[in-house]
Design a protein around this ligand. Sequence first.
Ligand code: PDD
Length: 286
Amino acid sequence: MKELYLNGAFMPPDEARISVMDRGFLFGDGVYEVIPSYGGRFLGLEPHLDRLDASLAALRLANPLARETWRSVLQRLIGTPPAPDQYVYLQITRGAPPERDHLCPESTEPTVMALARPIKPRAPTVAERGVTCITRPDIRWLRGEIKSISLVASVMMRREAADAGALETIMHRDGQVTEGAVSNVFVVTGDELATPPKGHLLLPGITRELALLLARDHGIRFLEHPIPLETLRGADEVWLSSSTREILPVTRLDDRPVGTGLPGPLWRRIDALYQDYKARVREGHV
Ligand code: PDD
């Protein structure tokens, strides 16, 4: 990484310093975004920045940068086309007041940080064999729509998945699927595609929204409605979606095959549509 952005300046990563009093460090009091780019062009920049605004508003934080400034800061971090495929990670915390107190003086300057990292290309085995997931109760708080940096529950869930040799943990609350630790979930039963509805229980994923848009534009019927855990277990196909992992076919769930145990036909269709969309982003056509 050549440089990152911190509080108004670009600098080499090893020159970047923040205070131990930073509320991100002490309280997890902040929000973040992860935005993918292909060939130097962002996929979904505006919806990601809209969701950032919503997360900040929920924490009663003003956005420290104007939209135009965000665009130019983030573009500088990824470089100009044709640049390598990268995602930007950006984070805003409530800043570093002098005292550790849950209440924070309103005058505190937020801490703003952003950096770019390479996107790892998808392994060919994903399309051939799919990925493995486990299920666990959703132990997180009830404001899942906020992209908060307080992620200890997700860290625990991902660890449990890794320990079980799985990629992701799909969570459920009161018998209904919510989302993955770091992804949204889709289920195919027969010719019906479904995903849990937006609300306080899950993050409104930008990839989820794009998948639904592509489905709608190509005549794939879908429903946004609650998905009982048994429906997930009995599904023909299960998918995960996230900005850095795109749309993934889940072929094993809690050590049992999903459907035929291979990536399904509807996943192949949505993945082809998604790859096509990405190619158009790369060429500057969307
Ligand atoms: N995570 N749900 C959760 C809990 C997530 O953390 C994420 C993304 C998603 C998918 O959202 P999107 O399609 O906008 O990436 C859903 C990011 C990638 C992360 O924390 O690294």
